[in-house]
Ligand binder design. Structure first.
Ligand SMILES: Nc1ncnc2c1ncn2[C@@H]1O[C@H](COP(=O)(O)OP(=O)(O)OP(=O)(O)O)[C@@H](O)[C@H]1O
Ligand SMILES: [Mg+2]
Length: 356
């Protein structure tokens, strides 16, 4: 079901807050600057160990205090798991069921959260990194071999790039290629497999949410499609040495998004862009539920902005279909949103009151 309860101390505008959530749709409403996005942000941090608002968590500590605490109980297939985060003295310390995790990826495994906010359009309009992050969120959560392969790939890539920057001899640089190719091909295969699982849901939901438009997604490996990774690396060694970096590989992969046969970023409106990106993220949540046997948690910040009644209503039907626990913020409680809501929280100047 997701997050059962949440407790905050000295997090942004909240000196202290305790909430119990519904397993379905929770609405967080309030005026501008009341603390809606901050509440969503705290749930995101609990699941990811980082913020979507800032790279520096220091700025999320309430002004005039020394550190923040975020804690909550997350449902699991067995009994609920307690997650606690403390940011103090420039460090984020995490506990999962009383134990210190070896890395923050364990937070994601315990509490998978997916966000749709005003930056969701970056999935369509932003650079390839946004689409790689999108794919990797999905692969990470359904394929346990992905994270170790990704770490090995990143380490090897780093070593190879150090040698390239130092102008080392071709033979020395290529001594890293064996491992880079093995891990790179594993990542490539995982991403392609994942996309083939995601595609049918993504197509169906985008068609529904966008009122009949037709989606196509195509994975681009990060090297020419008529070569394998090994051939591509070999052929690029001279230019890699000139550039001082490895220019081909899964770290340069992308996903082409087309609507009715045209590049999405060139043909959709900004409202459609939000619905398209949102539908892709919802499709991920649905595929996660299907493959892992439990739903993730969805965070929808200011969803209604830019959407007309038809788009909002169809999008919310997809949200319900994911089976995910959902936290949605809105300035006003529109009847379309209210028709799906189980619990409403009103936020005012850093105080949260449960309304229904
Ligand atoms: N570290 C901090 N300490 C105290 N207050 C903070 C801190 N960081 C942000 N705030 C304040 O928290 C308030 C709530 O911000 P938030 O972005 O959550 O509002 P919101 O309800 O989402 O508003 P909007 O509807 O405009 O999106 C703002 O007034 C902001 O200045
Ligand atoms: Mg906000």
């Amino acid at each position: 079901m997701g997050l059962l309860n949440l407790s905050l101390r000295n997090f942004r505008c909240f000196a202290s807050a305790e909430l119990e959530f519904a397993p379905t749709l929770n609405l967080i409403n309030g005026e501008n600057a009341s603390g809606k996005s901050s509440l969503i942000e705290s749930i995101f941090i609990l699941g990811r160990g980082r913020s979507f608002k800032t790279a520096n968590l220091e700025s999320a500590i309430s002004t005039g205090t020394q550190g923040f605490q975020i804690a909550g109980q997350v449902s699991s297939l067995a009994s609920p798991v307690h997650i606690g985060l403390v940011r103090e003295g420039g460090q984020l310390k995490a506990k999962i069921a009383g134990e210190t995790p070896t890395n923050l990826a364990q937070l994601s495994e315990t509490f998978p959260v997916q966000l749709v906010d005003s930056s969701a359009h970056q999935l369509i309009r932003g650079g390839p990194r946004c689409r790689r992050q999108f794919l990797d969120w999905g692969v990470f959560h359904v394929e346990p071999g992905f994270f170790p392969a990704w770490r090995r790939y990143q380490r090897t890539l780093h070593q190879r790039n150090v040698l390239l920057r130092a102008g080392k001899h071709e033979k020395e640089i290529q001594s890293w290629d064996g491992e880079l190719i093995i891990q790179g091909e594993i990542l490539d295969r995982y991403r392609q497999d994942y996309l083939s699982k995601l595609l049918p849901t993504a197509i169906a939901w985008t068609r529904w949410a966008l009122g009949g438009l037709s989606l196509d997604l195509e994975y681009q490996s990060g090297w020419p499609s008529d070569q394998n990774f090994s051939e591509a690396l070999q052929g690029a060694i001279t230019r890699d040495r000139d550039a001082g970096m490895t220019r081909l590989g899964p770290h340069r992969a992308d996903m082409r998004i087309q609507i009715d046969g045209k590049a999405a970023q060139a043909c959709v409106s900004s409202g459609q862009e939000k619905v398209l990106a949102g539908s892709l993220l919802l499709a991920q949540a649905a595929v996660y539920h299907l493959l892992m046997g439990r739903p993730c948690t969805l965070l929808l910040d200011d969803l209604a902005a830019e959407l007309d009644a038809g788009h909002l209503s169809r999008f919310l039907e997809c949200v319900v279909e994911t089976g995910a626990q959902t936290h949605i913020t809105a300035i006003e409680s529109s009847p379309i949103i209210m028709s799906h809501v189980a619990k409403t929280f009103h936020v005012k100047q850093g105080k949260i009151v449960q309304v229904v």
